[in-house]
Design a protein around this ligand. Structure first.
Ligand code: ADP
Ligand code: MG
Length: 291
């Protein structure tokens, strides 16, 4: 394992342990005091939104990384986010997942859950799953064990990482293995998978927790063309059941999966529409697509 993966592994293990204790992972910092009981029930989407950001702002040392950002996502939607490097795409995901606290603005999960009142671990437990750029699976464990472990984070009451699955959990694990095209590789060590397969495994680990909203940051970076195409089909199969927010630079991938595309630039929405609409937008061509 690389030091990075070991670090993520350690963090994930801490998350598992913290959830098993019934608490969150962090106790200090500016997130302290935001603790609320975690609700893992239905999200109120009667207003047609699973996620809602309104006039969100965040500065780092005086630099406005997010600047009056407003955006909403419909239940079951697959939203693509594009934009130049430094546009604030990753920071937006940090805000939604509770990793970064905005200076001002509103961030709601459905109509009633104010995400700014919750900590990172609580937000994950509510059903917002996040996939970072680099795959962070446990390389020394099998595909099956990785998925099993992802379930442990969901249960919250496990005292050890060794436990037996209920019938329902076994079914879910089997379904996820099919979904991520790894049914024939369940016993393989994650460390022996291709880059693309590791990415799918990590998506599978998120799916084990049955997230309502999935945030995916540059999921096909480094994948072969064939893996990219399979990932596109995977995402298309997930939409409807889950809501997805996908940040990617790969335009042919975006073309395959996209309905509505949001272009971020300088921390706010520059354009929104179909891929054809935003690609024809002069301002988008200027800042992102190039002439
Ligand atoms: P993107 O993902 O669209 O490439 P980011 O959200 O990573 O953009 O970054 C937006 C801007 O905010 C960049 O200029 C970046 O350097 C800055 N930034 C992001 N996170 C931090 C941080 N924790 N501290 C200081 N600056 C940051
Ligand atoms: Mg980024």
């Amino acid at each position: 394992m690389t030091p990075d993966l070991m670090e993520e592994g350690a963090r994930r293990a801490e998350r598992v342990a913290a959830l098993a204790r019934g608490g969150a992972t962090e106790s200090g910092g500016r997130q302290a005091g935001f603790s609320r009981p975690v609700v893992r029930g239905e999200v109120d989407t009667t207003h047609g939104r699973i996620l809602y950001l309104e006039d969100v702002n965040v500065s780092f040392d005086g630099f406005k990384a997010i600047n009056g950002l407003s955006l909403d996502i419909a239940p079951g939607e697959l939203r693509c986010i594009i934009g130049p490097n430094g546009a604030g795409k990753t920071t937006m995901m940090d805000i939604i997942t509770g990793k970064t606290r905005p200076d001002s603005g509103q961030v709601f999960f459905g109509s009633t859950i104010d995400l700014l009142r919750y900590r990172e671990a609580d937000i994950a437990a509510m059903g917002i799953g996040r996939k970072f750029q680099k795959p962070t699976v446990f390389e020394h464990l099998s595909v099956f064990e990785n998925l099993e472990l992802a379930l442990a984070t969901d249960k919250g009451v496990r005292h050890s990482m060794v436990f037996s699955l209920t019938g329902e959990e076994k079914d879910r694990l089997g379904e996820v293995l099919q979904t991520i095209h790894l049914a024939d590789s369940a016993a393989r060590l994650a460390g022996n998978l291709s880059h693309g397969q590791k990415q799918w495994l990590e998506i599978g680990m998120l799916l084990m927790q049955d997230p309502k909203l999935l945030l995916l940051d540059e999921p096909v970076a480094g994948m072969t063309d064939e893996e990219t195409e399979r990932t596109a089909q995977l995402f298309l199969s997930l939409k409807g059941k889950h809501s997805l927010m996908v940040v990617e630079h790969d335009m042919s991938f975006i073309r395959t999966i996209s309905e509505k595309v949001t272009v971020l630039c300088d921390g706010s929405v520059l354009a929104e529409g179909t891929l054809d609409q935003v690609q024809a937008d002069e301002r988008v061509i200027e800042v992102y697509l190039g002439r």
